[in-house]
Design a protein around this ligand. Structure first.
Ligand code: ARG
Length: 463
């Protein structure tokens, strides 16, 4: 069948070239945006007298019929069409005859595809925003429950200082808050309308780009028509936000994997989010967390692929840009799936406070507090640090911990030690005294929870 753009050429491309060129297989995802955009376009053409009122109404009715038929499965995509835009126009022309061919007045597929993609990403940004908020809620709940649960905090994956589990979880909450910020900020740049830029140069028709934009919920216009059809920054930014968000989910997943290992046993993931082994009966594998970690690579790939596609393109539209959609769709789907699994997995995980406490008791993680004790008694920190280190070595020699090392031994290292040292180095004290802003004490954790809640509340009202 000859193409709709047959004219200069007969429009008869090679079958393989046709398949290679076509995007309907994936851009059919944007049928709703395409049709809604076209309805706004017809309305604008009517309002400006470019189409008659009757023509406008017939086009809008025809388009809404096509949308309804697609939604209820009464109309199937024609995979022979080059893309979703051609499909809708072809279907409209089949139904309305010559009038269908008038819809494409004062626009081009170049501004049309940019419009569809922006509308799609605006919706997806809102969906992901809601999902990230859902994960944040679950994190807040767990943090509240474990505001005073003690575990070792790590640096270099070596036990470092005691922290509360609530504090640790809230570190992820802060990351997710920034992800929300990035999503919202990017949305501002997504929400500019490119329609009316036409092929690249604008149009000689007396159109009203603002009218069309406002009808579609855009708050701004692409102010330069060449930029409007060339710009995919909004996709790159979106993918960047997704990549960072995935990096956060991946780090969290890595910890869940580690914590659910027999060596740690800090958490037990619900059976619903683990799998068994086909050969080893004792196994409970954290597949979901591993997949989230693994899929992070895909999303990074999506970002890199699009950046690379765009880097050498002259202005304005080039067919290379058709590649934008698969990267964007893949990232959207992947992040969505990961959030959907991550949230209930975190919600249902069992936290083993007993195991955490045990680990906290074993790694001399109160050695800093021991040094601080001597500092408070007047010793310079560096000297106090040295004595503390020597005491740790002494404990290791004696197979005991700082809490059980006898006072006489302490005194043989420094006369400054007294009975009052024991309550000072109790794990509970180490944690409770860290009340500096952002610190690990239960009261600091409460303050951080309030901060996140307040941020979430504000988000709600501002969007
Ligand atoms: N399928 C194309 C894309 O996704 C639509 C725009 C085509 N424009 C053109 N001049 N060939 O980018």
């Amino acid at each position: 069948m000859a193409k709709m753009w047959a004219g200069r050429t007969a429009g008869l491309t090679d079958k393989l070239a046709d398949d290679f060129n076509s995007s309907i297989r994936f851009d059919c995802k944007m049928y709703k945006q395409d049709i809604t955009g076209s309805m706004a376009h017809a309305a604008m053409l009517g309002a400006k007298g470019i189409l008659t009122e009757e023509e406008t109404q017939t086009l809008i009715d025809g388009l809404s019929q096509i949308l309804a038929d697609l939604e209820k499965g009464a109309l199937a995509f024609d995979w022979q069409c080059e893309d979703i835009h051609m499909f809708v126009e072809q279907e409209l022309t089949n139904r309305l005859g010559a009038l269908g061919k008038k819809l494409h007045t004062a626009r081009s597929r170049n501004d049309q595809v940019a419009l569809d993609l922006r509308m799609y990403l605006r919706e997806e940004t809102d969906r992901l925003t809601a999902e990230v908020k859902g994960l944040l809620e679950v994190l807040l709940e767990q943090a509240e429950t474990h505001r005073a649960t003690i575990l070792p905090g790590y640096t270099h994956l070596q036990r470092a200082q005691p922290v509360t589990f609530g504090h640790h979880l809230l570190a992820y909450a802060m990351m997710l808050l920034r992800d929300l910020d990035r999503l919202q900020d990017g949305r501002k740049r997504i929400n500019c309308s490119p329609i009316g830029c036409c092929a690249l140069a604008g149009t000689t028709y007396d159109t009203d780009r603002w009218m069309e934009a406002e009808r579609l919920g855009f708050t701004d216009l692409c102010r330069n028509s060449i930029d409007g059809v060339s710009d995919r920054d909004f996709c790159v930014e979106f993918l960047n936000t997704c990549a960072i968000l995935m990096m956060h989910l991946s780090r969290f997943s890595e910890e869940l994997i580690l914590w659910s290992s027999w060596e740690f046993r800090f958490v037990e993931l619900s059976d619903a989010y683990t799998t068994g082994s086909s050969i080893m009966p004792q196994k409970k594998n954290p597949d979901m967390a591993e997949l989230i970690r693994g899929k992070t690579g895909r999303v990074y790939g999506d970002l890199m692929a699009l950046l690379t596609t765009l880097k050498g393109l002259p202005l304005a539209y080039n067919k290379d840009m058709q590649e934008d959609k698969e990267s964007v769709f893949d990232a959207v789907e992947t992040v969505h799936q990961c959030l959907q699994v991550m949230t209930p997995m975190v919600e249902t995980m069992q936290v083993r406070a007993d195991r955490m406490k045990l680990a906290a008791q074993e790694g001399f993680i109160n050695a800093t507090d021991l040094a601080d004790y001597l500092v408070k008694k007047g010793l310079p920190f560096r000297s106090a640090y040295k004595i503390s280190g020597e005491l740790v070595a002494e404990c290791m020699k004696r197979s005991c911990v700082l809490e059980t090392l006898p006072l006489e031994v302490y005194r043989s290292f420094s006369p400054l030690f007294d009975e009052d040292l024991y309550p000072e180095i109790a794990l509970e004290t180490c944690v409770e005294k860290r009340i500096s802003e952002g610190g690990t004490s239960a009261s600091s954790v409460d303050a951080q929870i309030s901060y996140v809640r307040e941020k979430l509340g504000k988000e709600e009202t501002s969007s």
